[in-house]
Each structure stands twice: as C-alpha cells, then as structure tokens.
Design a protein around this ligand. Structure first.
Ligand code: GDP
Ligand code: MG
Length: 149
C-alpha cells in the first residue's frame, strides 16, 4: 500500500480547488487536474456546474465591498466551473503553490497561473483556478460546494 492511503486521518488534508470559468472555457480542466494528480494528490469529489450568486457570495464573503467583488461574482457565475475536492498531506499549501500568485501576468513560470494565465485587461483577474487558503477556509468551502461530503 502506498503512503498516501496509509496516512493517518489528520494528514489527509483536503482543499477545495475550482477551475474557474476561464479555465473551463479554454479547455484547461484536464491540464489542471493532471498537475494535481501528478503532484500525488487524490481527487475526492468532482463536479461541473455554474454556481449561483448565493454560493459565490458565501465563498467570497471576505472580499465583499472590494472594487473587484461584483466583477468577480459576475465572472464566476458566467459559465461552468469545475469544483474539485483534493486530498493529500499539506494539500492546501501544496495546491496554492501549484496555482501560483493571484496576478497571472507575474505568477511564477511553472505554476498554473504563470504558465497558462495572463492579464486580459478586465475588471477581475481571470486567473484560472481557486484554492482554499487555510484549513478553516477549506472546511467552510468544501461544506458550501459539497454539502454532506
Ligand atoms: P487568490 O486566493 O489568489 O485567489 O486571491 P484572493 O482571495 O485575494 O482573491 C480572490 C479572487 O479575486 C482572485 O483569484 C482574483 O480572481 C480576484 N482578485 C483578487 N484581487 C484582485 C485585484 O486586486 N484586482 C482584480 N481585478 N481582481 C482581483
Ligand atoms: Mg483567496
């Protein structure tokens, strides 16, 4: 048996990954999942859906009132999103590292945003992916996108 499946419960950390509408529209779901799986993480749940405002408002509650908030919700509800629960030791930090920094123009080469993203001059960063930023965020977001998981 491999280390992943033998890892104690506490080490099987979960994170919520979203391939945003720009990533789905550009046909990059497979590329993102390939990188996640190549890193050694496991996919626990996977769903393609166009999120409603209620889910998005809760998901991005920390950004309410910021100038990019409304454009962000509009963008995120503009088409299907691939929602994925990813599991593995330190998967929260690990996926954030795979994703790269928020601004895709300057995200490091080798990262999803750095390799595949760029600035399109719009009101919101269309940066292909989302990853939970802490264990608390991950638990909240997984409960929101996959109630009952
Ligand atoms: P993330 O954790 O790297 O996704 O970044 P944040 O949690 O700070 O922001 C959430 C999302 O809002 C980002 O992924 C971008 O899509 C968008 N966003 C964040 N900051 C900015 C900004 O300063 N300008 C614009 N236009 N969009 C932003
Ligand atoms: Mg964030």
């Amino acid at each position: 048996a491999d280390q992943q499946t033998d890892a104690p419960e506490k080490e099987r950390e979960r994170t919520l990954v979203l391939v945003k509408p720009d990533g789905v529209a550009r046909g990059l779901v497979g590329e993102v999942l390939r990188r996640v799986e190549a890193k050694g993480y496991r996919l626990v749940a996977l769903d393609l859906r166009t999120p409603d405002r209620e889910v998005l408002g809760a998901h991005y509650a920390e950004h309410e009132g910021k100038p990019f908030y409304e454009p962000l919700l509009e963008f995120m509800s503009s088409g299907p999103v691939a929602a994925v629960v990813v599991e593995g030791e330190r998967s929260i930090e690990g996926f954030r590292s795979l994703a790269g920094t928020t601004d895709p123009t300057t995200a490091a080469p080798g990262t999803i945003r750095g390799d595949l993203g760029r600035d399109w001059g719009l009101k919101v960063q269309q940066n292909l992916v989302h990853g939970s930023d802490s264990p608390e965020s991950a638990a909240r977001e997984i409960g929101l996108w996959f109630p009952g998981l």
